[in-house]
Ligand binder design. Structure first.
Ligand SMILES: Cc1cc2nc3c(=O)[nH]c(=O)nc-3n(C[C@H](O)[C@H](O)[C@H](O)COP(=O)(O)OP(=O)(O)OC[C@H]3O[C@@H](n4cnc5c(N)ncnc54)[C@H](O)[C@@H]3O)c2cc1C
Length: 376
């Protein structure tokens, strides 16, 4: 029987980064993925690294997100150095364009919200925004510049993370489907694969939106897939430095000249088909924000499945089974939250304490909620 200090179910960027951290801490680590690692959400993502909350429920993740964004430069440096590969990290800021007639009032609310959360944000007049980003529409009324935000090529990052993990002696097992956890009373002893058991002192579940399908795990990780459709465009002579946002769309320039436009959020089960409606929505939003994109070539379309939890917050930390730890439910922020997730899981496994309050993200919160509902 294979024996490890840590067995990780799921080889997305989260599982890979945790493997890298723990292998570097000297532990014997293995990652099991049912396919080649890094082919699901971590491949499909847009790779925006923005701790600014897109909606009210994300306010609960801002401290976690700020810590992760702050860890990014050293995380990227480490991954690139060990792997010998580039990740396409771009710390060029993001710019959110406002179209509404009430843009001035909206602008001061947004700026106040950001400053209240300790996030850097500057108000910009429409003409100043267009000077920075000439691709922007003439119709915008104002903009918010978040100068410290970044983006990364998540496909390159994930590949580099796995290369770095392997070079740090983590063992990676592709085509190794995990059926569930190997439970013995109140202890988790390892993972159950199709035809074998893997023994491990610690077991980390990082199977993205598939985590809840593993036997014995759904109670801790009630996650569901939130489909996102994306388009990659290529436009000649259309400079774009920063990630651009509007209410309808984001545009993410890559180092290779592509501009990604996305993304839809659809609850349609485990369906990754690209649809006419999804493309229409993305193209309409992209062309409204940067009208010259109407002449761009469409280079690629795809869809991926974000791991969304019942309260849209990540699911991180120990469970009530000895040895079993969750690292999933990162929904729309898994790339952003990769460095902090890997750091916290490593701290828990090696020291049984963490450097940031993660109680809010406990995998046990769903049981508490179920117990509360049962009592009332
Ligand atoms: C369109 C889109 C845009 C996004 N944009 C952003 C963004 O701009 N910024 C951001 O921070 N986040 C973004 N996200 C979210 C982010 O991509 C995810 O939160 C993150 O990639 C989740 O990583 P993961 O490793 O948990 O899951 P995944 O990458 O989905 O990996 C899960 C892995 O588990 C494996 N697996 C599944 N079942 C089993 C099994 N039974 N046995 C073994 N292995 C199994 C899968 O094969 C897969 O490799 C976006 C997501 C999408 C889809």
């Amino acid at each position: 029987m294979k024996k490890y200090d840590v067995a990780i179910a799921g080889g997305g960027v989260i599982g890979g980064a945790i493997a890298l951290e723990l292998a570097r801490a000297g532990l014997r680590v293995a990652v099991f993925d049912r396919q080649k690692p890094g082919q699901e959400a971590s491949w499909a993502s847009a790779g925006i690294i923005s701790p600014a909350p897109e909606n009210p429920w994300m306010i609960a993740t801002v401290e976690l997100a700020k810590r992760s964004a702050a860890l990014y430069p050293e995380f990227v440096a480490l991954v690139e150095e060990i792997s010998g590969q580039r990740t396409g990290y771009r710390r060029k800021g993001t710019l959110e364009a406002l179209f509404s007639r009430d843009a001035k009032a909206e602008l001061s609310t947004i700026i106040a919200l950001h400053h209240g959360l300790g996030l850097k944000a500057e108000p910009l007049a429409a003409e100043d925004a267009r000077e920075l980003e000439p691709a922007l529409s003439d119709e915008i009324e104002a903009a918010v510049l978040r100068p410290e935000e970044a983006s990364i090529d998540n496909r390159l990052l994930t590949a580099a993370v796995f290369e770095a993990a392997q070079r740090s002696r983590a063992e990676i097992f592709p085509a190794s489907s995990v059926k569930g956890i190997w439970r013995d009373g109140a202890r988790c002893r390892g993972l159950l694969l199709e035809n074998e058991k893997v023994a491990s002192q610690w077991i980390v579940i990082a199977a993205g939106c598939f985590s809840g399908s593993l036997e014995g795990v759904s109670v801790y990780a009630p996650v569901k897939p939130a489909k996102g459709q994306m388009i990659a465009l290529r436009a000649d002579d259309l400079p774009m430095e920063r990630v651009l946002w509007s209410e309808k769309i984001y545009l993410v320039p890559r180092n290779d000249g592509r501009i990604l436009a996305g993304a839809t959020v659809e609850y349609v089960g485990f369906d990754k088909r690209v649809t006419a409606g999804g493309i229409e929505r993305n193209l309409a939003g992209a062309i409204e924000l940067a009208p010259r994109l109407k002449d761009a070539r469409i280079e690629e379309t795809w869809a991926g499945l974000r791991p969304d939890s019942a309260d849209h917050l990540p699911i991180l930390g120990p469970t009530d089974l000895d040895g079993l730890v969750m690292a999933t439910g990162h929904f729309r922020s898994g790339i952003l939250l990769t460095p902090v997730t890997a750091r916290l899981i490593r701290e828990w496994i090696t020291e049984q304490k963490v450097s940031l309050d993660w109680e809010r993200f406990s995998p046990l919160r769903f049981q508490n909620e179920a117990a509360r509902i049962a009592k009332t």
